[in-house]
Design a binder for this molecule. Structure first.
Ligand code: CDP
Ligand code: MG
Length: 726
C-alpha cells in the first residue's frame, strides 16, 4: 500500500530524507566489441530475470499448472507474470506435444513490446520460438511456441479453428481490465476447453489423431495469423490460465467453478501521493507545469505521465520540447518518449531502454502504462486522473469516446508505477477530496460499449443467443437489443437472428467494426471500393494532421490545400493520394529508404503525422488483401466523389445529422445535439445534412470526420431507417 501524503503541487514539501534509492542509469557502453556488449547485456537480463518476484515461485507455478486445468494467477504489476510465466511453462515441457503457448493481451502495444523482450531474454530472433500476432501484423512462424497476441485476434482464430488445436496452453493476461474482447474470450475458452476434453476422450477411445487442416486463410486471422500447417499431433486437453493484477481473484474463481488462485507476492516501495490544492481546469497545462517542476526540483529518476490519447500526447510532446529550449543547456537533458498504440514498434521499444547518463526520461503514455507494460526507471508519476473510454447509449444506438475520471483502483495502479525500484512520488492533478468520490473499480467494458461487433463474432462462432451466452457479467438487455437492431439494419442478420448470406458472413470475416465492413461491401457495388479502402484505413488511425500550437495559421493554410468542400473523408483521401504520388515519383529517382525519408520530410512540411500515415498505409494493404480474397470487385470512381459520398451515407446512415437554425447539428437517430469538431474542414461550411464517423464527448459534443450528404439519399439508401414524411 503506497504511503499517503498530501501536498501542494506547485510548492510541495518533498518530505523525504534523502535516503531514497534512485534508479541507477548504467554507463552507456561506448567502445568494446559488439560481442562483449551483448554478453554483458545477456548477463544483465539473466540477473534481472532472477530478481523478479515471480522467479522464486517458478517450480510451484509449473506444478500448479500441471495439476489444474484452470488456474488463476494474481500478482502486482511488474512482478514478472507476462514475461516469465510463458518461459517457465515452455521449459516445464508444456510445448512438448508440439503445441503453442498463447498469451492474450488487451492491447497491441503490450503484445508487441513483451514479445520483443521475451525473444531477447530467450536469445532468439523474434518470430521464431517467440513471436506475436496482432491485427494487421503477424510475427510468427511454424516454429513459434510462445505467441503473444491481442485477445481479439485469438477470437478470430477461433472462427477458423474452433478447438484452438494449435495451443496447449492459453494465458488470458490482464483479465482485470475486463475489456469486451477479454470477457467474450473467457466465455469462449470455457466452452472450448470443455469441447476439447470431450474430443480428447472420444479420440483416445478411437485411438485416432487429429489432422490439422490448412485453412484457406480468410478472416482476420487470415493474412495476419493464418493457422499455419502443423505436424499431425494428438489433441491434448487445453490448459487455461487467467492472469490479473487486481488482488481480488474471487470473481474469476467463481466464474470458473471455484478454480484455484495463486498469488504472487509483489514488491512495492512507498510512494508519496501529492494532490493539488485546487481543481485544475486545463489538465495539459497542469501536467506540463508539473513535468518541469519535477525536472528542475527533484532528484534523478524518470517521469511517467498518463494522458488520454495520441493527440494529447503529441501536443504535450511539442510543448515540452519548446519549453526545454528556453532552459539553460545543463537542464536540457531530457528524453521525451511517447507511448501509444499506433506508434511504430521501434519507437515503442525506446521507452524500455535506460536513458544516457545524466538524462531524464519523460514518458508520455496512454493508459497502457497502467498495468499492461512495466517501464523500468520510473520514480515520478503524473496522473491527471482521466482516461478515455468507449461509451454506448442504448437509447441512441451510438457509441462515443469519452474522457472520464479513473476509478480508485486505477489511480492506485498508476501511483504504484512510481514505487517499483525504490521510493517514489505520484502527483495527482486533482484535489484529495475528489479521490474519495471516485468509483472503487472500473465498470467492465461490456457494460458500456456497442455490442454489434461481439454479436457478429459470436454469431460467426455459432452462438446465436447472445443473452444466453455464459458471460462473467451479462451485458445490458437494452444494449443487446439495440446492437442486434443495428446489425439487422446493416443487413448482417436475418429475421431469425442468424448471419445473413453473404453480407453477414462477409462482415464477420473482415477485421473491422460492422459499419466499416459494410462500407467496404457496399463500395464494391457503388464502384468506389478503391477509395473506400483508403478512407477506412485513414479513419482507423488517430489524427492524420498535426498542427503545432505555434504554427497554427501556417498549418491551416497548408492543410487547406488538401481539403475538399465535400468533407473530411475526401480530404483524407486527398492526403493519401498526394502522399502516394509523392512517394512513387521519389522512388523512381531514389532508393526505397531515401524515398521513405523524403516522404517523412514531405509529411512534416505538410503538417501530416507521418506515423499515422504509415500506419494507415499498412492497414490499407491488409484490408485490401482481405477484400480481394473475399472476391469483392475493386474499382475506382476516379474524380467523381458522388458515389463515395452516397456509399458513406448508405453505410453510416445512423450517424446522420441535420443542421439546426443555431448552426449546431441534431443527430437524426436520437435527437442529440452536437457541433462539428474544430479540426473538420466542414467546421465553417455548415452543410445542411452530414454524416459523421465519430462522436466525441469532452466538455461539449463533437462530431468528427464529417461529410456533406444529400438529405434525400437517406430515404433512398437506408429506407429501413428513414422514410420521407410527405
Ligand atoms: O506482467 P507483470 O506486470 O507481472 O510483469 P512483466 O511485464 O513480466 O515485467 C517484468 C519485468 O520485465 C519488469 O521489471 C519490466 O521492467 C521488465 N521489462 C522490460 O525491461 N522490458 C520490456 N519490454 C518488458 C518488461
Ligand atoms: Mg503483465
Amino acid at each position: 500500500m503506497p504511503s499517503m501524503a498530501t501536498g501542494d503541487r506547485r510548492n510541495f514539501n518533498p518530505n523525504s530524507n534523502g535516503t531514497n534509492k534512485h534508479p541507477q542509469f548504467g554507463p552507456k557502453l561506448l567502445n568494446g566489441d559488439q560481442k562483449s556488449d551483448s554478453f554483458a547485456r545477456r548477463q544483465k537480463i539473466e540477473q534481472q530475470r532472477r530478481s523478479l518476484p515471480i522467479a522464486s515461485v517458478e517450480k510451484r507455478l509449473v506444478e500448479e499448472v500441471r495439476k489444474n486445468d484452470i488456474l488463476i494467477i494474481v500478482g502486482e504489476t511488474g512482478s514478472g507474470k507476462t514475461t516469465q510465466l510463458p518461459q517457465y511453462l515452455f521449459n516445464g515441457g508444456f510445448c512438448r506435444d508440439g503445441g503453442t503457448i498463447g498469451i492474450t493481451q488487451p492491447r497491441r502495444v503490450a503484445a508487441v513490446t513483451v514479445a520483443k523482450r521475451v525473444a531477447e531474454e530467450c536469445g532468439v530472433e523474434l518470430g521464431q520460438k517467440v513471436g506475436y500476432s496482432i491485427r494487421f501484423e503477424d510475427m510468427t512462424s511454424a516454429s513459434t511456441r510462445i505467441k503473444y497476441m491481442t485477445d481479439g485476434l485469438l477470437l478470430r482464430e477461433a472462427l477458423l479453428d474452433p478447438y484452438l488445436s494449435r495451443y496447449s496452453v492459453i494465458v488470458v493476461d490482464e483479465a482485470h481490465e475486463r475489456t469486451v474482447q477479454t470477457d467474450v474470450l473467457l466465455g469462449l475458452l470455457k466452452d472450448v476447453q470443455k469441447k476439447r476434453s470431450q474430443k480428447t476422450l472420444s479420440e483416445s477411445n478411437n485411438n485416432g489423431t487429429l489432422v490439422k487442416e490448412e485453412n484457406n486463410g480468410e478472416g482476420e486471422g487470415s493474412s495476419v495469423s493464418v493457422v499455419k500447417p502443423q505436424l499431425v499431433r494428438k489433441l491434448n486437453p487445453l490448459k487455461l490460465i487467467i492472469m490479473s493484477a487486481s488482488l481480488d481473484a474471487r470473481g474469476f474463481s467463481e466464474y470458473f467453478g471455484g478454480a484455484k488462485a495463486v498469488h504472487v507476492q509483489g514488491r512495492q516501495f512507498p510512494v508519496d501521493i501529492l494532490y493539488t490544492t485546487q481543481p485544475e481546469t486545463d489538465c495539459l497545462d497542469a501536467a506540463l507545469v508539473t513535468i518541469f517542476q519535477i525536472h528542475l526540483e527533484e532528484g534523478p529518476g524518470d517521469i511517467l505521465v498518463f494522458l488520454s490519447g495520441q493527440e494529447e500526447i503529441e501536443s504535450i510532446e511539442g510543448l515540452v520540447r519548446e519549453n526545454l529550449k528556453k532552459l539553460p543547456e545543463a537542464n536540457q537533458k531530457v528524453l521525451i518518449l511517447p507511448l501509444f498504440s499506433s506508434l511504430p514498434s521501434e519507437k515503442q521499444m525506446k521507452v524500455f531502454a535506460a536513458a544516457p547518463v545524466g538524462f531524464r526520461k519523460v514518458i508520455l503514455a496512454t493508459n497502457i502504462a497502467e498495468t499492461s507494460v512495466t517501464i523500468p526507471g520510473i520514480k515520478y508519476v503524473i496522473d491527471p486522473g482521466l482516461v478515455k473510454v468507449r461509451s454506448y447509449s442504448p437509447d441512441s444506438g451510438i457509441e462515443s469516446l469519452i474522457v472520464v475520471k479513473t476509478s480508485k483502483a486505477q489511480a492506485l495502479q498508476r501511483s504504484g508505477r512510481a514505487g517499483r525500484e525504490g521510493a517514489g512520488k505520484c502527483f495527482r492533478l486533482y484535489p484529495e477530496s475528489r479521490f474519495e468520490g471516485l468509483d472503487d473499480s472500473t465498470i467492465p467494458e461490456i457494460k458500456r460499449c456497442n455490442l454489434s461487433n461481439v454479436i457478429l463474432q459470436l454469431s460467426a462462432l455459432g452462438v446465436d443467443d447472445i443473452l444466453g451466452f455464459d458471460f462473467m457479467e451479462k451485458p445490458d438487455r437494452m444494449a443487446v437489443i439495440r446492437s442486434l437492431e443495428l446489425l439487422y439494419l446493416l443487413g448482417a442478420l436475418t429475421d431469425e437472428k442468424k448471419l445473413s448470406d453473404p453480407i453477414g458472413h462477409q462482415m464477420a470475416r473482415l477485421p473491422l467494426e460492422p459499419n466499416d465492413s459494410k462500407a467496404l461491401i457496399l463500395a464494391s457495388q457503388f464502384d468506389c471500393l478503391e477509395e473506400m479502402l483508403i478512407v477506412v484505413a485513414m479513419l482507423s488511425v488517430e489524427s492524420i494532421f498535426y498542427a503545432p500550437r505555434d504554427k497554427l495559421e501556417e498549418s491551416r493554410t497548408v492543410i487547406k490545400s488538401f481539403s475538399s468542400p465535400e468533407g473530411d473523408h475526401i480530404t483524407l483521401l486527398n492526403v493519401y493520394r498526394a502522399s502516394l504520388e509523392f512517394l512513387e515519383k521519389n522512388k523512381m529517382e531514389n532508393s526505397k529508404e531515401k524515398a521513405e525519408k523524403n516522404l517523412r520530410k514531405w509529411c512534416k512540411d505538410n503538417f501530416i503525422n507521418s506515423r499515422s500515415l504509415k500506419h494507415a498505409r499498412d492497414i490499407y494493404i491488409q484490408i485490401r488483401e482481405n477484400v480481394e480474397r473475399m472476391g469483392l470487385k475493386i474499382s475506382s470512381c476516379g474524380d467523381d466523389m458522388v458515389p463515395l459520398r452516397r456509399c458513406l451515407a448508405a453505410a453510416y446512415f445512423l450517424n446522420a445529422a441535420l443542421k439546426q437554425p443555431d448552426g449546431t447539428y441534431r443527430v437524426l437517430a436520437n435527437g442529440q445535439i452536437a457541433e462539428i469538431h474544430p479540426t473538420s474542414v466542414l467546421r465553417r461550411a455548415k452543410s445542411e445534412c452530414i454524416i459523421f464517423y465519430n462522436l466525441v464527448q469532452t466538455t461539449r459534443n463533437y462530431v468528427r470526420n464529417v461529410t456533406r450528404i444529400d438529405y434525400l439519399w437517406l430515404a433512398e439508401l437506408a429506407p429501413q431507417c428513414y422514410a420521407l414524411k410527405d
